[in-house]
Design a protein around this ligand. Structure first.
Ligand SMILES: Cc1cc2nc3c(=O)[nH]c(=O)nc-3n(C[C@H](O)[C@H](O)[C@H](O)COP(=O)(O)OP(=O)(O)OC[C@H]3O[C@@H](n4cnc5c(N)ncnc54)[C@H](O)[C@@H]3O)c2cc1C
Length: 472
């Protein structure tokens, strides 16, 4: 990639206008430091286009001059995918000014938005129109829909609604050379060749910049029932998940598990949180049913179900949300687990997925191997049990400094990822690869799979200007 000359910088600033860019000496930390703070970068320019034409013009100029562009949404990604590198030659293209909700088509149950709209604003707009946009994750107050689509975000509603990929009907994308691909369709069926939008979804900004999207809306949730239960461990969680799926079908919307080590720091660092059971339990599950019909008494059904599970011994204690506030309090704990973990002062995170039925065996085996290597390691395995997606994180032992622990991280990652591979799993279920996981991925992916992916990259971005250093 080329140097950013003064001429190029001026031309890019002219494209986006006076209010559309920032450069040093402004404080650019929020654009250059990833959420986890482990791969901070440097940039000489952040451009903030106001519309698709400006995005396209920025790309055309960068493509002509060999300038690397890092697309950026809310910058909440976990893998350093939206962060420029340390050399300072990559510009950041932030979508933050493209935050219009263009249309809500209630009859067709779609919403058309610009890529920079914050996820929580999309949820809110859908609710105000009497619909539901079900993508839901801890970072929803700051992540953007363009980032959600580019990472194929998962979150807590995947069990019922699928990931971001299944919530998108159409896209508009600015291509590396400045052309605009208009795939902004509302169609639910379209078999005219390759489904190009799916290539851009999950591509982490390496194939094009998503500028607009058509999203699927769903009937609103008219009632929900939420429970926080104590379980013996992952095997009990699996049995309980199966029982709940049989009992409730698609009304089972979320099934999350958490060990006590994931909960305790949340209770300490997040003001207003309290343990739903009033005391520590080794493992817990957060379970939610939702339905569009006010008449169903989901709370009663869930209570009866847990009565049966108590007798069967799958559950040892539990609390049902009795109010919207209780429900929000339960979810607040789950949603702050990642933040709580930060207070342990160092961990290595693994965004694993394995076949759902193998989760207990996987957690058991990976933990045996990690403890054989580092007996004092603290292990937290939490997350989206219903999707087979466990965040299997290893926390710094108390007697090691941050630096000492990080010397062991590559070996710990290898142990966990080898185990994932043996279970036929994925080492990135929902966070992507970014900078942090690309080398590990390359170790496990078949060579011809990487070749096909690189061939696609070369087709869409022959000069390699889009988010270089990510994925490969
Ligand atoms: C507390 C917390 C909880 C989280 N929980 C979850 C969870 O449950 N499930 C989950 O999946 N993730 C979760 N995440 C991770 C993160 O929120 C998601 O990956 C999210 O989808 C990223 O969106 P973003 O707008 O912040 O994207 P960014 O971090 O800004 O970017 C992510 C990637 O998308 C690219 N990109 C961004 N916008 C565009 C665009 N318009 N066009 C092309 N490329 C673009 C970037 O280049 C980068 O490669 C969590 C993060 C935090 C901090």
């Amino acid at each position: 990639m080329n140097e950013l000359s003064n001429d190029i910088l001026s031309a890019l600033k002219d494209i986006v206008g006076e209010t559309g860019w920032q450069a040093p000496p402004d404080d650019l930390t929020r654009y250059t430091k990833d959420w986890r703070g482990i791969v901070p970068g440097v940039t000489s320019l952040v451009v903030k286009p106001a519309n698709t034409d400006e995005v396209a013009a920025v790309l055309a100029h960068c493509n002509a001059h060999g300038i690397a562009v890092v697309p950026q949404g809310g910058h909440t990604g976990m893998c350093g995918a939206a962060t420029p590198d340390a050399e300072g030659r990559q510009i950041v293209l932030s979508l933050e000014r493209m935050r219009k909700i263009i249309e809500i088509d209630a009859a067709g149950s779609t919403m058309t938005v610009e890529a920079g709209v914050v996820l929580a604003d999309i949820q809110q707009a859908a609710a105000e129109a009497g619909r539901l946009f079900p993508l839901s994750l801890g970072a929803q107050g700051s992540c953007q829909i363009g980032g959600n689509l580019s990472t194929n975000a998962g979150g807590v509603g995947v069990l019922r609604y699928g990931p971001a990929r299944s919530l998108c009907l159409g896209l508009e994308v600015a291509l590396a050379d400045g052309r605009i691909w208009n795939g902004l369709k509302k169609l639910r069926k379209d078999n005219t060749g390759y489904d190009l939008k799916q290539l851009f979804i999950g591509a982490e900004g390496t194939l094009g910049v998503i500028t607009r999207a058509v999203l699927k809306l769903f009937p609103p949730v008219r009632q929900s029932a939420t429970a926080w239960v104590a379980i013996a461990g992952p095997q009990a969680a699996l049995d309980l998940l199966n029982a709940a799926q049989v009992a409730f079908g698609e009304r089972l919307t979320a099934f999350e598990i958490m060990p006590d080590i994931a909960i305790q720091p949340v209770l300490q660092v997040v003001p207003g949180t309290r343990h739903p059971l009033g005391r520590a339990e080794p493992w817990m599950a957060l379970i939610e049913l939702t339905g569009p019909t006010p008449g169903d008494d989901l709370a009663e059904a869930l209570e009866a179900f847990f009565g049966e599970q108590l007798e069967a011994g799958l559950v040892s204690d539990g609390a049902l949300a009795r109010s919207e506030q209780d429900r929000a309090d339960f979810w607040a704990i789950r949603e702050h687990v990642a933040e709580g973990e930060q207070s342990y002062g160092g961990s290595t995170k693994h965004d694993t997925s394995v076949p759902v039925a193998d989760i207990p065996a996987f957690i058991d085996e990976a933990s045996k191997r990690v403890r054989a290597y580092m007996p004092e390691a603290r292990i937290t395995a939490f997350g989206h049990m219903g999707d087979g997606n466990i965040h299997y994180n290893v926390i710094r032992p108390e007697d090691l400094s941050f630096e000492e622990f990080y010397e062991h991280v590559p070996e710990i990652n290898r142990i966990v990822h080898d185990c994932v591979a043996e279970f036929g799993g994925s080492m990135s279920a929902e966070h992507g690869l970014g900078q942090i996981k690309k080398a590990e991925h390359a170790r496990y992916a078949p060579a011809h799979e990487l070749e096909m992916q690189k061939a696609l990259k070369a087709l869409f971005d022959p000069n390699g200007i889009l988010n270089p250093g990510k994925l490969f």
